[in-house]
Design a protein around this ligand. Structure first.
Ligand SMILES: NC(=O)c1ccc[n+]([C@@H]2O[C@H](COP(=O)([O-])OP(=O)(O)OC[C@H]3O[C@@H](n4cnc5c(N)ncnc54)[C@H](O)[C@@H]3O)[C@@H](O)[C@H]2O)c1
Ligand SMILES: [Zn+2]
Length: 337
């Protein structure tokens, strides 16, 4: 399966195919220096398969986790690229989860004002949520994605077989973003989670989620309006993530709780609960609603006591609505344990 994402100043080819990891060189011009960036948690067999295809490649292995999205790691990679005389015509190949994609993309976007960039996402979250959209960034201490830009990879290679080495919890974590894609833009995708064996339909799930994201991003490249619908469940989700200091729950798990909190349609909410339980994703966590409210106010810099929230009343259709902090309080109280 191949998909194209066309934006004002860029064009990306997305390949979704089992085993494509072995055939990357056939799909991309590799007559240049290539730096393959990965982290210690990504099984070494994958970088061996990729590097073998590019004789002029250098492998850069960084620490795993959010720490990799730091100024220190960024600087070390930039210095390595300089030492190896990389130019704008040379390429960065990101091999790993969303952390590696964000870090590598930011390096590629800024080194000599932008060099070639392609990515091989290896977690369900990165395959579903970061392959399209071009958001690249690093963190400043605990503040996530504080320094970044938009930079689109020329090609994305999604090999679902790489997910076989992921823990079941990580697989489900990423799939929450696909459930979200169904809720905001594709009812059939949502239904697929209800009726089918999820593992057996991974390729279809990822493809359809990317279609939802592609449509939205092509219409609103820089997130001025429509693209905000991709943040369904994220306002409360991010607050839960911060409440637990980015530690106890994964991002997708918090988004799941965030979606549950704001869904008003009771029938749809029960359908979502059923799917999340099937995926063994938590539907709620203990929290103090007032503390969460403060985190949301801080995050969104609320000035007039209102924020724009993504709401879903009917499966497959999202809308942006101005809601008061009091409404948010009600949502939080409804789901607080
Ligand atoms: N740019 C975007 O649009 C976008 C969207 C969503 C999330 N993100 C970012 O993505 C990051 C989270 O991504 P993530 O959930 O992929 O986490 P991650 O990149 O930290 O990967 C999770 C863990 O899995 C390991 N791993 C990766 N691939 C593996 C594989 N195939 N088998 C076994 N282990 C593997 C990694 O080493 C890591 O320890 C966050 O920093 C988030 O901000 C970015
Ligand atoms: Zn998300």
């Amino acid at each position: 399966m191949q998909m194209e994402v066309n934006l004002s100043s860029s064009h990306s080819n997305i390949y979704i195919e089992r085993g494509i990891l072995h055939h990357i060189r056939e799909k991309i011009d590799g007559n240049c220096k290539v730096m393959v960036i990965t982290d210690e948690g990504v099984p070494a067999q994958y970088s061996e398969i990729v590097c073998r295809q590019f004789p002029n490649s250098t492998l850069y292995v960084t620490v795993q986790g959010e720490k990799a999205k730091s100024f220190e790691v960024y600087e070390a990679i930039i210095r390595k690229l300089l030492e190896l005389n990389f130019t704008r015509k040379d390429m960065i190949l990101a091999l790993g989860g969303g952390v590696i994609g964000d870090l590598s993309g930011f390096v590629a976007a800024t080194f000599k004002r932008g060099m070639r960039f392609a990515s091989i996402p290896t977690t369900t979250l990165s395959q579903i949520d970061s392959s399209i959209g071009g958001k690249v960034a690093i963190n400043v201490d605990e503040l996530k994605n504080m320094v970044g830009t938009f930079y689109h990879p020329e090609a994305v290679f999604i090999d679902i077989d790489t997910c076989k080495t992921l823990s079941a919890r990580h697989v489900s974590n990423g799939l929450v973003e696909a459930v979200k894609a169904g809720l905001i833009g594709d009812e059939k995708l949502f239904e697929l989670f209800e009726t089918e064996n999820i593992e057996d339909h991974l390729e279809e799930i990822i493809t359809h989620s990317l279609m939802v994201k592609k449509k939205v991003v092509e219409e609103d490249e820089k997130e001025t309006h429509l693209r905000k619908i991709l943040n369904f469940g994220h306002t409360i989700g991010h607050a839960i993530e911060s409440y637990y200091h980015l530690h106890d729950y994964y991002h997708g798990e918090c988004v799941a709780m965030g979606m549950m909190a704001v869904l008003e349609n009771k029938e749809l909410k029960e359908r979502l609960r059923h799917i999340l339980e099937k995926m063994q994703v938590p539907v709620s966590a203990p929290y103090d609603p007032e503390s969460l409210l403060k985190l949301i106010q801080k995050d969104k810099k609320v000035s007039d006591d209102h924020i724009t929230l993504v709401l879903v009343e009917k499966c497959g259709q999202a809308e942006l609505k101005e809601v008061s902090m009091d409404t948010i309080r009600q949502y939080l109280k409804g789901e607080a344990l």
